[in-house]
Design a protein around this ligand. Sequence first.
Ligand SMILES: [Zn+2]
Length: 59
Amino acid sequence: MLEDDVALLACPWCGEAIELYVDPDTRGAMVEDCEVCCRPWRVVVTRQGGELVVSVDRA
Ligand SMILES: [Zn+2]
């Protein structure tokens, strides 16, 4: 897949629904800031059979 994937997440801090754009080459853990409350997430990106799987926790 060459297009970016989009994951729909709920912020673990403020609960706001966020669409996170994930680069096709991105895998593993990274830190992103919430667009709404600006607090840090620890985002873990994995792919299972081409399916994007994203989990998010408080960093
Ligand atoms: Zn937030």
